[in-house]
Every structure is written in structure tokens, then in C-alpha cells.
Design a protein around this ligand. Structure first.
Ligand code: ADP
Ligand code: ADP
Length: 223
């Protein structure tokens, strides 16, 4: 049974149909790549899977539970298990809070914060994502783009997710930093058994990471 099963997904913005009947599965430990030109509906697919934007129709089965049928309250305990990582490393972190507090936030939110286990977990997450522990007390603008993206990944990992929805996670980074993030993702997958939906317009990166690649065009998957 797949970890994620997307069936006949439709996302609309007013009269625009951004996702037009998309279906695919992701199995445990698998990376599925999603490529396609700008505006073809990749981010809308990601947002609908995460239930950040409720789809017009279709099913998003995660561990055999249709997320589209759940209320926000019912989604709460499930959200930590599928986590997004977005393109803009600065934009996805709050500018006014220290890195260590942002990584701790999902732990607090889900009642998993205590002393000394909480701070120890934050230190572990910094280490897992290749960040020097001293960076924890800094603010996002005091980190490089690559370091910020690692912090975003650390935060996504805080509550031990099974699936990461990676929406252009390397696109905003300098070419020299991209391989580092890709290798980090590969290492984390090896050590944690994670599954990924890897959205990128960088076909080389997608082929490097993915077991299977889906190509999207005008809201549909084909080819
Ligand atoms: P991609 O991620 O592949 O670039 P998107 O999912 O962002 O594609 O966009 C798919 C289509 O939906 C595009 O035509 C885009 O203009 C439109 N769209 C995306 N977000 C919105 C929005 N918030 N309001 C209206 N239209 C949107
Ligand atoms: P690196 O290549 O070292 O990962 P970047 O090229 O992304 O870092 O950015 C270089 C420097 O510019 C960083 O140290 C960062 O502080 C700053 N910077 C880049 N983008 C932003 C941004 N959107 N907001 C704030 N600071 C930024």
C-alpha cells in the first residue's frame, strides 16, 4: 500500500484550473520527481497534498486516510507526518526569531517540548542537517541561503515526518550550494527512510534524486 496516493486531484483558482485530474502514488522510502514548465501546476499540487489549499475535488490518501475529508482539527495530528520545504529559504523562516526557536516550534506545537529533551533534539536536528550548533542562536538574516535552507529542513524533520514535499528546494540557491542540499536530502533519506515528492525545474537534480519522474503540463501528468 502506498504511503501517499493522489487520485483525480483538481485545484481551481476561480475559473482557472491549475491542476486538472492528477493521480500518482509514492511508496515508503521512495522519491518521486515532479517536473514541468513554470505555471503547469506543480506548486498547486504540493499545496493541495499538504492541505494548505483545499482541492476542488479528488483524494489525497496518506497512510490510507483521505486528507481532503478531514477537518483542520482532524488534520492537526497528521500534519507533522508530511512536511513541506519551500523554495525561498529566508521566506520560509520568520525573520524575527532565532533559528533554534524556529526548529523547536513544531515540537512545542505538538506537545513534544520538555527539558532537557527539547534542546537536545534541536541540537540533534542542527547536527543532522549539517549546521554548526552555534548557528542556533542566530537569526535567519545572519545565515547564508544554504544554511537557511538547512534550518528549514531541520524544522520540517523535528517531529519525524515520513514524507517531505520539497517544492523547488534548491532553486533559490547558488549553483555551488545545490549539490550540498541534494546530498543532505539523500543522506537523510538513507538514515531516516523518508519519502520525497521532489518538485524542481532542474531535470538533472530530479534525475539524481528520484526513483521515478512525473512530467506535468497544463495541470496534467503525462509522458
Ligand atoms: P508551477 O508551480 O508549476 O509554476 P502553479 O501551481 O504555481 O504552477 O500555478 C499553476 C497555475 O495556477 C498558473 O496558471 C498560475 O498562474 C495559477 N495560480 C497559482 N496560484 C494562484 C493563485 N493564488 N491565484 C490564482 N491563480 C493562481
Ligand atoms: P550563500 O550563497 O552563502 O548560501 P546567499 O548567496 O544566499 O548565501 O546570500 C549571501 C548573503 O546575503 C547571505 O549571507 C545572506 O545573509 C544574505 N542574503 C541573501 N538573500 C537574502 C535575503 N532574501 N534576505 C536576507 N539576507 C539575504
Amino acid at each position: 500500500q502506498p504511503l501517499l496516493s493522489v487520485r483525480d486531484l483538481v485545484v481551481r483558482y476561480g475559473s482557472t484550473t491549475a491542476v486538472d485530474g492528477v493521480s500518482f502514488d509514492i511508496h515508503a522510502g521512495e522519491t518521486v520527481g515532479l517536473v514541468g514548465p513554470s505555471g503547469c501546476g506543480k506548486s498547486s499540487t504540493a499545496a493541495a497534498i499538504l492541505q494548505l489549499r483545499r482541492p476542488h475535488s479528488g483524494e489525497v490518501r496518506f497512510d490510507d486516510v483521505d486528507l481532503t475529508a478531514l477537518s483542520e482539527r482532524q488534520l492537526r495530528p497528521i500534519r507533522p507526518r508530511l512536511q513541506p520545504v519551500f523554495q525561498d529559504p529566508y521566506g520560509s523562516l520568520s525573520p524575527r526569531r532565532r533559528i533554534q526557536d524556529q526548529i523547536a516550534e513544531p515540537l512545542r506545537l505538538h506537545g513534544r517540548w520538555s527539558h532537557p529533551a527539547g534542546p537536545r533534539r534541536v541540537a540533534e536536528l542542527l547536527d543532522m542537517t549539517g549546521l554548526n550548533p552555534a548557528l542556533g542562536s542566530r537569526f535567519p538574516h545572519e545565515l547564508s541561503g544554504g544554511q537557511c535552507q538547512r534550518a528549514g529542513i531541520a524544522r520540517a524533520l523535528a517531529n519525524t515526518p515520513q514524507l517531505l514535499i520539497l517544492d523547488e528546494p534548491i532553486s533559490a540557491l547558488d549553483a555551488s550550494l545545490r549539490a550540498g542540499i541534494l546530498n543532505l536530502l539523500l543522506d537523510l533519506q538513507d538514515s531516516l527512510g523518508l519519502s520525497y515528492l521532489f518538485i524542481s525545474h532542474d531535470l538533472t537534480a530530479v534525475r539524481h534524486l528520484s526513483n521515478r519522474t512525473l512530467t506535468m503540463h497544463d495541470g496534467r501528468i503525462g509522458g
